[in-house]
Design a protein around this ligand. Structure first.
Ligand code: BG6
Length: 464
């Protein structure tokens, strides 16, 4: 994602002319070897017509590679000399949590943590509140919060930002955007992939920590937050953190009623048979690959509005979607003749094809001898058509450009992360106290049947 994103920015002339990209890892490569890796990444991830050989050459010429063992602080001097002038430096760390401490110490000792330096951090940033605090403390010892950029790549997605445009760029929705107008909210992030060779990481995390703790809680925050006074880093993040702190804790007493976890067994994906999670992993495991939650935001705006969240691997299709289910009209003037009135629904599809759809009731054409007949019809805001001439960028392009430009609005602040972990730790403690373990679901299904019961109990169906 990173090199193709940087290339995308470079081709569009968005990277400063003299910008150099110094890569470092343990592998004993040289710059030429690394450039080959970069070339392969570009070929795999960039459309052939955009791979102009001259542009590729210009991009590859920006690259340097320094081999570095993060636990050996002596090696950082070589890195510092490859970096050279540090007047405007952004560092992007994507590393095992245990290496944050030594890496930051090494950067500091080599003078790579000076005043102008920004630090971006890729997850996993810990596995619970305590370990996340420990990492944040290590980071804070060298980089103040204003120069710390925690990545949640969902915030780089176009439609996620569009949610803000929709809510705060239109007068239409906000008057109904509360417990008086909204019945419930659903957020689904379904994936068809399985472990993708990431067993060591994933098995230690599971769906709750891999997807809900970060991406899905950020989506909840964006849907539920109060209008920020400005679109800037402080205003937006102040409002998000208030939501995250208002999440009603789920604990041992409520976890079984509010949460369902599952793990995929054998099944099929895309018409092909696929193996169970534990077979893929080649060991026994109680890690959840599916989670469904009923969540509440305890404040005035959202009292009594459940948020149903679900995410999982090996589900029938890949899509991420937010559904706002509005309340029905208080009284139908059409009586029995008009047919049932369906309450309006706003569906914001983040991927694979971004789209915003509002379902409304409309009259069926005809002479209505038996009374007016109404039908639900979609009002599509087909973003793909409206902006057909604009290339859709990889989420990281936006985030990397903001990092280079020093704008932290779409990065996650420490207090947000800690509020997220507090909520997640409560759920996990609930699992432990009640002995909750994942139920098996067939790969290619929508998770354990209990996930359906979770909403049906409230008279709500998942919107597939
Ligand atoms: C990552 C998770 O953060 O997000 C992965 O670690 C998941 O397990 C991925 O597959 C999903 O991202 P996207 O952009 O494909 O929805």
């Amino acid at each position: 994602m990173l090199l193709p994103s940087l290339f995308g920015l470079d081709v569009d002339g968005l990277l400063p002319t003299g910008l150099r990209i110094v890569a470092t890892a343990r592998s004993g490569l040289d710059t030429e070897g690394f450039a080959e890796i970069a070339r392969t990444a570009l070929t795999e991830h960039i459309d052939a017509e955009r791979l102009d050989p001259d542009r590729v050459a210009v991009f590859l010429a920006r690259l340097r590679y320094v081999s570095l063992e993060a636990t050996d602080s002596a090696g950082f001097a070589e890195l510092a000399s490859a970096v050279g002038d540090q007047a405007d430096l952004s560092i992007f760390l994507s590393t095992a949590p245990s290496l944050f401490g030594p890496t930051i110490a090494g950067l500091r000792s080599a003078g790579l943590a000076g005043d102008g330096v920004r630090l971006a951090l890729e997850k996993p940033l810990g596995s619970d509140l305590e370990s996340s605090r420990a990492i944040n403390d290590q980071v804070a010892a060298a980089f103040p919060e204003a120069r710390t950029f925690r990545i949640d790549h969902y915030l780089g997605k176009e439609t996620v930002q569009n949610l803000l445009a929709l809510r705060f760029g239109n007068a239409l929705f906000e008057p109904l955007w509360h417990t008086g107008g909204i019945d419930h909210v659903q957020i689904t992030v379904s994936e068809t992939v399985g472990l993708e060779g990431r067993g060591d990481y994933y098995d230690g995390m599971g769906a709750l920590r891999d997807m809900v703790q970060n991406h899905m809680l950020q989506l909840v925050a964006l849907v539920a937050m109060e209008p920020p006074a400005k679109f800037d880093a402080t205003s937006v993040r102040d409002e998000k953190v208030k939501v995250l702190r208002s999440l009603r804790p789920i604990d041992a007493g409520t976890v079984e009623a509010c949460c369902v976890i599952g793990q995929y067994g054998d099944g099929a994906s895309g018409g092909q048979p696929v193996l169970a999670y534990t077979t893929e992993l080649a060991r026994v495991s109680a890690t959840e690959t599916f989670v469904a939650l009923k969540l509440h935001v305890d404040n005035w705006r959202w009292q009594g509005v459940p948020f149903y969240l679900r995410t999982g691997k090996r589900l029938p299709e890949r899509h991420s979607e937010i559904t706002i289910q509005f309340k029905g009209v208080p009284h139908s003037i059409f009586g029995a003749k008009g047919g049932p009135l369906r309450p309006n629904r706003l569906v914001i599809r983040l991927q694979p094809h971004e789209n915003i759809r509002l379902s409304i009731m409309a009259k069926e054409p005809g002479l209505d001898r038996d009374g007016l007949r109404l039908r639900e019809v979609p009002l599509d805001i087909g973003l793909a058509n409206a902006f057909a001439d604009v290339r859709r960028r990889i989420a990281y392009e936006r985030l990397l450009l903001d990092l280079i430009g020093g704008d932290p609005t779409l990065f996650v602040r420490r207090d947000e992360v800690e509020a997220q972990w507090t909520y997640i730790d409560g759920i996990r403690a609930g699992w432990k106290a009640t002995g909750m373990t994942p139920k098996t679901y067939g790969a290619g299904s929508w998770g354990p049947s209990a996930a359906i019961a979770l909403t049906e109990r409230d008279g709500v169906s998942w919107y597939d």
